[in-house]
Design a protein around this ligand. Structure first.
Ligand code: ZN
Length: 472
């Protein structure tokens, strides 16, 4: 089955030009003009539209178990929401729950498979160090995994020590595997949380006040230096959100360290002020919202090229999990943020975002003049695909690429919020926000899966992506 996307303006990470796209089956066959003579091709009119590569969200959590509940989007509902926002590839995380990394991967695989509505890959958490699991890092490429994620926080649960981190990143580097890091200072957080609780502070804003941003910058510098010591092993820092981190990232890159930076859109849009009162629980995630100067620092890093990726850390919970919502016409109810009504440490960490990312960032970043449409595509689609080695299959509009496209109406006005976003939860951080520009048709490997707000996709249509090890 051939399709022609006709009359649109293609946006890539480096150019914007008018051209038609010929799709043959799941792939882009050609880009150019004069495909009119091709018989039996379905023509999709894209005049007045932009045509972007489908979004690639390198950081989502689907069906993530937490104490006393599970995140509210699973591999179907979360990827469906992604599609409505123009994202056609997501990368999830596999918990390291069993001693063996390989066994843990298979637990994740069994739970995830057959559900996703867009294509998906996975990062492997590495949270329990042993000589056996260290050796297993070499087996990850056979599973289609080219990244491991480590933590410098969550003492006693997920944190590895510096010597362990060093060995893991050295081994990973040898195997062409990226070491990802959540950088916060676990020691400082434990102390500050204990002090806050002892002083009777229980409100959501204390989640932010007990997670030191200086501690984060310190851990970041430490991880960068460990990478240098480990032979410049490649590292990727997730959800960076402070102005100081932007400075350290630029410094590390100047030193020749192989580091990529990721931020998430919420960290540019909100501050600790938004976390005051009980409504602040909606914003509880780790790391937390920071200050206006940090919002500014991140925008600067997007503008000057320091930052590499904008992801979401999508991990929604219900705001009021005592009440039912309807999802696809059926009642859905699950404990949520109310678990921490009397203790901020019990608020499940996370928020919706996978569907919000492209539309909200388009208005905030492109329409408001921070970055060009090409830089938008680079941050949202191309860079994450390149880093995780699924480019140019993903993140590109090139002959041979998967025909994953977001046909974007740059004039469309949308009042955004929980009713427009398709996440399976009862709130949205951008409620009432006026957007200009929105994906009107979304294609996954040649199939239209969202058509003017209508769902045409299918549970299980998403394929697992083998992320190959980095060469060189
Ligand atoms: Zn995360």
């Amino acid at each position: 089955m051939k399709k022609i996307i006709k009359g649109g303006t293609i946006v890539t990470d480096s150019a914007m030009f008018e051209a038609d796209i010929l799709i043959d089956g799941e792939k882009i066959a050609a880009i150019g003009q004069n495909f009119d003579g091709i018989a039996d091709a379905e023509v999709i009119d894209a005049s007045g539209m932009l045509v972007l590569p489908g979004g690639v969200d390198a950081h989502v959590h689907l069906d993530l178990p937490m104490p006393n509940t599970t995140s509210s989007d699973d591999h179907y509902t979360g990827t469906k929401a992604a599609a409505f926002g123009g994202t056609t590839t997501v990368i999830d995380f596999a918990n390291h729950d069993l001693p063996s990394l390989v066994d843990s991967f298979h637990v994740w695989e069994e739970n995830a498979q057959g559900k996703a509505a867009v294509d998906y890959g996975v990062h492997m958490n590495y949270t329990h160090f042993s000589t056996e699991s260290l050796a297993e890092i070499a087996k990850l490429p056979d599973l289609g995994v080219n990244s491991i994620k480590m933590f410098t926080a969550y003492n006693g649960r997920m944190r590895l020590q510096d010597g362990e981190i060093f060995q893991a990143m050295r081994k990973a580097g040898e195997e062409g595997i990226i070491s990802m890091f959540h950088v916060e200072n676990g020691d400082l957080i434990d102390l500050q949380v204990a002090e806050a609780l002892a002083a009777g502070h229980t409100e959501p804003v204390w989640h932010a006040r007990t997670r030191s941003k200086d501690g984060t910058a310190g851990e970041l510098l430490n991880i960068c230096m460990l990478s240098k010591t480990a032979g410049y092993a490649p590292i990727y820092i997730v959800h960076m959100n402070t102005a100081e981190e932007m400075d350290v990232l630029a410094y590390a890159k100047n030193l020749g360290i192989n580091v990529w930076g990721e931020t998430c859109l919420q960290y540019m849009m909100f501050t600790e002020e938004d976390m005051k009162g009980w409504e602040g629980a909606k914003f509880v995630c780790s790391p937390p919202m920071r200050g206006a100067e940090d919002n500014e620092g991140i925008w600067q890093a997007l503008e000057d090229g320091t930052m590499d990726v904008v992801a979401t850390d999508h991990c929604p919970f219900m705001f009021d999990g005592t009440k039912e919502i309807l999802y696809e016409g059926k009642p859905f109810k699950r404990p949520g943020k109310e678990l921490g009504r009397n203790d901020f440490t019990k608020i499940p960490n996370g928020q919706p975002g996978v569907g919000d990312r492209l539309p909200v960032m388009w208005t905030e970043a492109v329409v408001n003049g921070h970055i060009s449409p090409q830089r938008f595509v680079e941050l949202m689609c191309t860079n994450p695909a390149k880093i995780y080695n699924i480019y140019p299959q993903k993140g590109a509009i090139l002959p041979g690429s998967d025909a994953d496209l977001a046909i974007w109406d740059p004039m469309k006005k949308v009042t955004y919020g929980v009713k427009v976003a398709q996440h399976r939860t009862d709130y949205n951080l951008y409620e009432g926000k006026e957007l200009t520009g929105f994906p009107v048709k979304v294609m996954l490997r040649g199939d239209v899966i969202v058509d003017n707000g209508e769902w045409k996709g299918k549970r299980g249509a998403g394929k697992f992506l083998h992320c190959e090890p980095l060469s060189e």
